[in-house]
Design a protein around this ligand. Sequence first.
Ligand SMILES: O=c1ccn([C@H]2C[C@H](O)[C@@H](COP(=O)(O)O)O2)c(=O)[nH]1
Ligand SMILES: [Zn+2]
Length: 200
Amino acid sequence: MFNYLSQYFKLFVFQMAVLKPENQSLKKSGKREDYLSWDEYFMATAILAAKRSKDPSTQVGACIVNDKKQIVGVGYNGMPRGCSDDEFPWGKGNADELKNKYYYVCHAEMNAILNKNSAGVENCRMYVALFPCNECAKFIIQSGIREIVYMSDKDHDKNRTIASKRMLDAAGVKYWPFTPQHKTIDIDFSKIDWNHMSQC
Ligand SMILES: O=c1ccn([C@H]2C[C@H](O)[C@@H](COP(=O)(O)O)O2)c(=O)[nH]1
Ligand SMILES: [Zn+2]
């Protein structure tokens, strides 16, 4: 018993002497501890883009990122260029389908792919607010995107989502739900101290 305790004590002393100073020096660096993870940063970018959407019921944003953690493209659901947000319909309950949004609106994922900057989307990851529909799954597969991190799967029981998952699985595109570490990300312009560039 004494032998066991003495071994335990030696291990404790070793931890205090060797491991603790290293941990302390990390804390001494003065680094902020409350910074966003990469996942949170990219999903927040997708959600911020969604705030540009004029769709009154569902706002979707997407953010494509390469393996260097560079943002390659961002998009949200909106009317095509030249098709006025004020003239094309945003409703969905009309018996005349030409008067509903669905024939016209460009999906966030498609816009993010088409909006890509000079870097390609091949082998990239897409962060998206809503699980991609079957049409977006085709765009994702054909453009070479390999991974999807999604926020909501609200349409999981709809055929378009079931078909989407079938195609993504067949094409080997991986997908998983987003797990945030922060519950909220606060951007309150009135609270930013512009002289010192920190939150008051
Ligand atoms: O993969 C998708 C699926 C849907 N969207 C957009 C298209 C519409 O603007 C809304 C869906 O409207 P509901 O009223 O929820 O039917 O979301 C998208 O961008 N990407
Ligand atoms: Zn879609």
